[in-house]
Write a protein that binds this ligand. Sequence first.
Ligand code: FMN
Length: 207
Amino acid sequence: MKVKNLVITGIALLVIVLLIVFGYRAYLNGETSLSIAQMSKKKILITYYTRTNDTSKMADTIHSLVGGDMIKIEPEIAYPADKEAYTKRVSDEREKRAIVPLKTSFPNLKPYKIIFVGTPTPLGITAPPVKSFLIKNSDNLKNKIIIPFIIYQETNQAMGAYRDITYFVPNSYVKNPYFTGENITGSKKVSTERWLTSMKFKRYELK
Ligand SMILES: Cc1cc2nc3c(=O)[nH]c(=O)nc-3n(C[C@H](O)[C@H](O)[C@H](O)COP(=O)(O)O)c2cc1C
């Protein structure tokens, strides 16, 4: 009788432990949304490269909604204003798979949980300074949420830039990208707000 009771108690305890373990895992895997107010409480970094300020306008809009720190990524050697020279340089850098040196030095990235990364799409790729930032910091960006905002002229190429970003930081959670055409106006604030509130995060990504 005693043995039977012990076996029943053992099984019951095992079931309880399994329920707790699997229940917690299911809870962590579940998705949750953050309101803009909740998001603002996280330590947020908004970083971007811009040549003609479209991407910086978008960065400003995001910043006005979620706050956080904002850092413009500057290459050591600025890109030329002349379109042809710019095309040539980006094309060379793409061919050489260059990781261009940056003038911008970044603070310790550890405290940031959510990092918005903005890029135009010269020649359909992630701007080389943004690529450099991501590759040089891929270890520091491990397990962080990276939210790209990508400014394009041609939609199909924006998707390529997004895919690149996921390769540059394979150990980050790259998600919820925002793609927008180059004509950044005040009305973008409404769609930006909608984008921010529609984001879903796994609970483990927010831990
Ligand atoms: C030389 C050059 C090449 C470009 N190539 C592309 C391209 O291949 N695909 C695209 O979608 N946009 C392309 N663009 C457009 C830029 O991505 C777009 O104008 C963007 O808004 C610029 O952002 P910025 O003002 O932040 O630099 C190109 C722009 C320039 C000047």
